[in-house]
Design a protein around this ligand. Sequence first.
Ligand code: NI
Length: 385
Amino acid sequence: MNEKTATGFSSLQETLVTHFKWFHSHPELGHHEWETTARIRDILADAGVEILDTGLKTGLVARIGNGGTVVALRCDIDALPIAEATGLDYASKNGCMHACGHDFHLTSMLGAAMLLKQRERQLTGAVKLIFQPAEEVANGAISVLASGALDDVAEIYGLHTTPGMPVSMIGVSPGAAYAAVGAFTIRIHGKGGHAAHPHECRDPIVALSQIIGAAQTIVSRRTNPFEPVALSFTHVEAGNTWNIIPEEAFAEGTIRAAGREQFNAIMRRLERICKGVQEICGVQIDFHCVLNAPAVHNDGELVEFVKQTAQELGLKTGPSAPTMGGEDFAFYQERIRGVFWNIGVASPEPAHNPRFIANPAALGTASALLSAIAEKSLKRLSSVE
Ligand code: NI
């Protein structure tokens, strides 16, 4: 790196840290990212970046470059309902917190926008920069896809901070990176009555306990031990006193699997258990289950491309640890080839913890890698055509 670029890099880094601290101290929940969106819009407009008219209420899509091939970079911009306890001088005080690093993601995308803008004439196509709303509520990606803004995109890349990795280290692996995630509810309508006369009732609590017990055999007996799956009941409700068998019982929980098919198989199995218990207990059971997000599945060839690009920038790379967490980036990958990669931010605590801290020292690196990935993928795609 010569002196001129070194100076340029450090001033970009300083600018990014200032922006990052502002975003960190102004977190907003999914679909309510009004101030965040306005600020992103201002910063991009100052840099002369075109903002597309997508109809999105929060979040936005910007565009840099020329006609022809289009690749996309994606970040998320929403925060979590967590009261911050980091003690940082730029900590949030509004009861919400960027405890998943989305402030880091969006700031590094702003940096990438500035770098790509400087190289706009050299680009062999166009880059769309997606500042996606509402990742934490798992439907922001759907609204971006519905806007049509990605219809012409050939490849898509996204990043996520990894708390447990050293600052600026890049983690990326082929295959499943985040799980297919969904939620289910079970509502049991029985017949209430006196606890002393159970034979005159249809006890929904006993029915529910049988469902919960039998559901444990789905993971232990019905799925391949080599395939990661999780099925958890997280909320149960029934009755309110000691001598009344209630009319109803309710439970909800989550299913996590390595892909849509595996998710559907577990969902169907749970539904069959509900039907069986309905039969043997003489109760009425309503079962509902929705897939919130499919699995993030990284394209093997493009993973190699990201790794190589990172190494050319002098960055250390390694595998990313797969997680049973969800990420709606998966919706883009169902339509567009892409890679979701990780960057180390050396947080003392894990994501979604009130003491999570993304080290801003990695911002410049994230921006440089995002912009290099976009520029190089355009070059590769346009040479193939
Ligand atoms: Ni996140």
